[in-house]
Design a protein around this ligand. Structure first.
Ligand code: FES
Length: 280
């Protein structure tokens, strides 16, 4: 696998895997799904995420180096580019092989307060594994996860595409017994469900399951998907601009002459007094 990554020359980019280097395992259905999904995007790079979900299903729940190389080959990308995407997201299983059923225990705040750690300890003891490990019979893998966005059902666990909560020890005993008898991989089933979402099949399933939500987010999304492209209005003819030629008459200012002050009327002489006019 290492020869798929060429890092020697400064300008060399890791190349796309060649068919003769690979043992291709995608089924015909998987190839059709990837071809359809790739048409949803302007370039093949954008189809890496759904391509990895297809690979996770086709390769039994674990994205081995071969699985990543097959996605890179089918999308015309380099191995390093696809590997970078696969290892970035925790929902892709790249660290180790997983069992038929992945039990994911939420230990985030709400679940923790409602007893997630005792639940996790009970599962560890019952299965004989720690977080990140798979039981020797390959049936169960136990993982610790962050909030699964269903805090009202705490303490919550996820198995494949199903949520269970609130769970207790009695519920877990029954669930583990049922899962041991379940045909097929719940890890692969989750990957399949997500591929169907990318294909657009899940929209109608959702409407059947939750018809009361029709008209909300899901309605808007489908309306947006089918809405015609907005057309730009043709530019209108320029509006002629006429300059005002008539000049408004100047504002005349009226200067008011100050009113001359009149001498105040002389006071009449007070009775009993002699007034001498010495101005002459
Ligand atoms: S905290 Fe567990 S689902 Fe949110």
């Amino acid at each position: 696998m290492s020869d798929l990554i060429q890092l020697g020359a400064p300008n060399a980019r890791p190349r796309q895997p060649r068919e003769e280097e690979l043992n291709l395992r995608f089924s015909q259905d998987a190839i059709s799904e990837l071809t359809t999904i790739a048409t949803h995007y302007p370039d093949q790079k954008s189809a890496i995420l759904p391509g990895l979900w297809i690979a996770q299903r086709e390769y039994g729940g674990y994205l081995s180096g071969e699985a990543i190389a097959e996605v890179a080959f089918r999308l015309g990308r380099s191995y390093a580019e696809v590997e970078g995407v696969a290892t970035f997201y925790s929902m892709y299983n790249t660290a180790h092989e997983v069992g038929t059923h992945m039990i994911e225990v939420c230990t985030c705040l709400s679940c923790q307060v409602c007893g997630a750690y005792p639940i996790a300890e009970y599962l560890k003891k019952k299965l004989g594994v720690e977080f990140g490990e798979t039981t020797p019979d390959g049936v169960f893998t136990l993982h610790e996860v962050e909030c699964l966005n269903a805090c009202d059902r705490a303490p919550l666990i996820q198995v494949g595409d199903q949520y269970y909560g609130p769970v207790d020890e009695g519920f877990l005993d029954n669930l583990l017994d049922q899962l041991r008898e379940t045909e097929g991989s719940t890890v692969a089933k989750l990957a399949h469900e997500i591929v169907q979402v990318h294909l657009g099949e899940a929209e109608s399933l959702w409407r059947e399951w939750k018809p009361e939500l029709t008209g909300t987010y899901y309605e808007k999304v489908s309306t947006m998907a089918t809405a015609p492209e907005p057309t730009l209005a043709a530019p209108s003819a320029p509006v002629p601009v006429t300059l005002e030629t008539e000049v408004a008459p100047p504002v005349s200012m009226v200067v008011e002459e100050p009113t001359p002050e009149l001498d105040p009327e002389p006071e009449p002489p007070a009775k009993g007094r002699i007034v001498v006019d010495d101005s002459a």
